[in-house]
Design a protein around this ligand. Structure first.
Ligand SMILES: [Zn+2]
Length: 114
């Protein structure tokens, strides 16, 4: 289950970066999730809060934005960044001869404490 795996990554990052005295504060985790990851923001949020319910963290919110990935067109040769879930045609020439560099499935962008 990828959502549990990503949720554990968030948990480890929180434990690493947030001092114990700050763990009851409002925390926002900004993370990027690839459209290819087969994990939704909702399922990741659920998985994270199951883990967090057994910790000192009281108020953690997850802000997920789509991670960009690289696209290269086999017809016009252009390379560009894309973040749409469903990719069918080149943005420039409408060819469907595309190769995709999926990059990272998930990463934490930054964490805010309020
Ligand atoms: Zn093209």
């Amino acid at each position: 289950m990828h959502d549990a795996h990503f949720a554990r990554k968030i948990m480890l990052a929180l434990e690493d970066k947030i001092d114990e005295s700050d763990r009851s504060k409002a925390i926002v985790v900004h993370a990027k999730l690839s459209p290819f990851s087969h994990v939704t923001a909702e399922s990741l949020d659920r998985a994270l809060h199951v883990i967090l319910s057994e910790t000192d963290f009281k108020d953690v919110r997850l802000e997920i934005t789509p991670a960009e990935y690289g696209v290269r067109c086999g017809r016009c040769g252009r390379e560009y960044r894309e973040d749409k879930t469903f990719l069918s045609k080149c943005r420039f020439c409408s060819s469907d001869d595309l190769s995709v560099d999926k990059g990272l499935e998930f990463y934490i962008d930054y964490i805010e404490i309020f």
